[in-house]
Design a protein around this ligand. Structure first.
Ligand SMILES: [Ca+2]
Length: 450
C-alpha cells in the first residue's frame, strides 16, 4: 500500500463511505463512531477542502493547508479564506502535487514560506519535484516572489512515493523527505535525491555538518537514506529530536529517529526491524492489517506534543502522536521509558487522514481527505476556554470548555467575541491568537483575575 494514492482503491472506499452516510445514516454513525479518551473531542475547523495533503501553522497562528492540485489555503480566525495563498501549476496525478509546507524560523522578520510541489512535464522539462521559497504578503504570496531552491530528479512514469514533507530542524536547516519514486534501488543510491531525507540551507545550498562533504550535489545534501516514502517528518521542540515516518510496502509502517546524520534505514533490503548492523532500526513500527488500532496500512502523519502551553493533561507532554491512512486512528507513543509504549488517542475518525500536526495553541490538528475537513482535537476538562467561532461571550457554544469563562479560566480568543452590554465578562486571563479580538458593546466590561 502506498500513501494517499488517488487510485481506485482509495476512491472506492471513499465512495463506499459516502454511500453509507447517505443511505444508512444510523449505520454510518455506528460504524464511524469516533472514540476519544474522557474529556477529549474534536471540532471541525474548516470544511470544503479539496484533497488536502498537509497542514502547517504559521508562527502567527494561521493554518496553511495544501491542496494536492496546487492551491495553498489559509485558515484564519477559524475561517477558510476564499482566496488561496498561492495557486501553483502542478502535476497532481497519483501522489504527486502540492505536498509540503515549512515556515522559516525567522518568519516574523523575513515572511518566508517553503513549498514542495510536483512540476509537470512541459517542453524539455520532465516532471519532477521542486522546493521553492515564497514571501508572504498579508494572506497571499507576494507576486513574483517565488525563488526556486532545489529541483529534484526527473520522475519516471510511477506517480507514487513522492514524500514531500519539510520541517526546520533545531539547527535552522530545512529537512526534506523525498520518496524513491517506486524504484527501491534509488534508496541505497547516494547520487540522487530519491528515497532520502535531505538537509539544506534556506537558499538551497549545502550546509556544514552533512554526512557527505564531497561528491555529487545530491550526495552532499543527503541527511538519511534507505527510505521508501518518508511522507512526513517531525521535529521535537527544544530537544530537536527528529523523526521520519516511512510508509512501508507490505508489512511494516516505520517511525525512524534520524536525529543523527548519515543513517541507513534499510529499504529495500530490510523493512521493519533488521539484524543487519548496517541498518538503523525504527524507534517503533506497526504491522499491516485491515482492522485494529495497533494495525494499519500507511503512516501519514506524526507530531511531537511539546507546545509552549499544553492544553492536554501533563502526561501527554513529550508524547509522539501518529496517524494511519486506512484504520482511522491517531495513536500516541510514550517515549519516557526505555522503549516506546503505544496507546490510542482517537479511533473511528473520518476517513483517509493526513497532516497530523500539533498547533501552536496546544491542540492537535489533522486533515481528512474523505470529508475534506480540517479537525482540531481539544481537551475540555482543563481551565482553558478557547473560542471556537465568532459570537457572544455569554454564549456557551462559543467556548471549547462548554461554559462561560470564569475567574478560574484561562481564555484564548481566536475569533471576534463580543461582550454585550449589561453582561460583564470575567476570566482569569485572556490571550489572543492571530485575529482574535474582544469587542465591547457600549458600557460592557471584561474583568481579569490576575
Ligand atoms: Ca526501515
Amino acid at each position: 500500500m502506498n500513501r494517499p494514492q488517488q487510485g481506485s482503491h482509495s476512491l472506492t472506499r471513499t465512495a463506499f463511505c459516502l454511500q453509507v452516510v447517505l443511505v444508512y445514516t444510523f449505520m454510518a454513525t455506528h460504524v464511524c463512531a469516533q472514540s476519544f479518551p474522557a474529556n477529549f473531542t474534536q471540532v471541525a475547523v474548516a470544511t470544503g477542502l479539496s484533497a488536502p495533503t498537509i497542514a502547517a501553522f504559521s508562527p502567527d497562528g494561521r493554518i496553511f493547508v495544501a491542496q494536492q492540485s496546487g492551491q495553498l489555503r489559509v485558515v484564519k480566525n477559524g475561517s477558510l479564506l476564499p482566496t488561496p495563498f498561492v495557486e501553483l501549476t502542478v502535476d497532481a496525478s497519483g501522489e504527486r502535487g502540492l505536498l509540503g509546507i515549512a515556515f522559516d524560523p525567522d518568519f516574523a522578520t523575513n515572511q518566508h514560506v517553503y513549498l514542495y510541489y510536483t512540476v509537470p512535464t512541459s517542453g524539455t522539462v520532465t516532471v519532477h519535484n521542486r522546493i521553492s521559497r515564497f514571501t508572504v504578503s498579508g494572506d497571499v504570496a507576494l507576486s513574483g516572489s517565488e525563488l526556486i531552491l532545489l529541483e529534484l530528479d526527473a520522475l519516471s512514469g510511477a506517480t507514487n512515493h513522492n514524500g514531500g514533507s519539510m520541517v526546520f530542524g533545531a539547527d535552522g536547516k530545512l529537512y526534506i523527505g523525498v520518496g524513491e519514486n517506486a524504484n527501491p534501488a534509488n534508496s541505497q543510491y547516494l547520487d540522487n535525491y530519491l528515497g532520502k531525507v535531505l538537509r539544506i540551507n534556506t537558499d538551497g545550498s549545502v550546509p556544514a555538518g552533512n554526512p557527505y562533504t564531497s561528491g555529487s550535489e545530491a550526495r552532499k545534501r543527503i541527511w538519511a537514506y534507505g527510505l521508501r516514502n518518508p511522507y512526513t517528518l517531525a521535529v521535537q521542540p527544544v530537544t530537536g529530536r527528529f523523526f521520519v515516518n516511512d510508509v512501508g510496502q507490505e508489512t511494516w509502517e516505520e517511525i525512524n529517529d534520524a536525529s543523527t546524520g548519515g543513517l541507513n534505514f534499510g529499504w529495500p533490503t530490510a523493512e521493519g526491524t533488521s539484524s543487519n548492523p548496517a541498518f538503523t532500526n525504527p524507534v517503533f513500527k506497526y504491522p499491516h492489517a485491515a482492522t485494529g488500532n495497533e494495525n494499519g496500512c500507511a503512516i501519514t502523519g506524526g507530531s511531537f506534543y511539546n507546545p509552549t502551553e499544553a492544553t492536554y493533561p501533563a502526561s501527554y507532554v513529550g508524547r509522539y502522536f501518529y496517524q494511519d491512512f486506512c484504520n482511522n486512528w491517531i495513536n500516541m507513543l510514550d517515549l519516557s521509558g526505555p522503549s516506546p509504549v503505544r496507546s490510542t488517542l482517537a479511533s473511528g475518525l473520518p476517513g483517509f487522514s493526513v497532516g497530523l500536526t500539533a498547533g501552536i495553541d496546544g491542540n492537535l490538528y489533522y486533515l481528512s481527505r474523505g470529508t475534506g475537513t480540517l479537525y482540531e482535537i481539544i481537551y475540555t476538562a482543563n481551565n482553558i476556554c478557547q473560542s471556537l467561532k465568532d459570537g457572544n461571550w455569554h454564549d456557551t457554544s462559543v467556548w471549547s470548555c462548554g461554559r462561560i469563562p470564569t475567574s478560574a479560566d484561562k481564555t484564548t480568543v481566536r475569533h471576534a467575541v463580543t461582550v454585550a452590554t449589561n453582561q460583564t465578562g470575567q476570566t482569569l486571563r485572556v490571550s489572543y491568537q492571530v485575529g482574535g479580538r474582544v469587542l465591547f458593546a457600549g458600557g460592557a466590561q471584561l474583568r481579569l483575575g490576575e
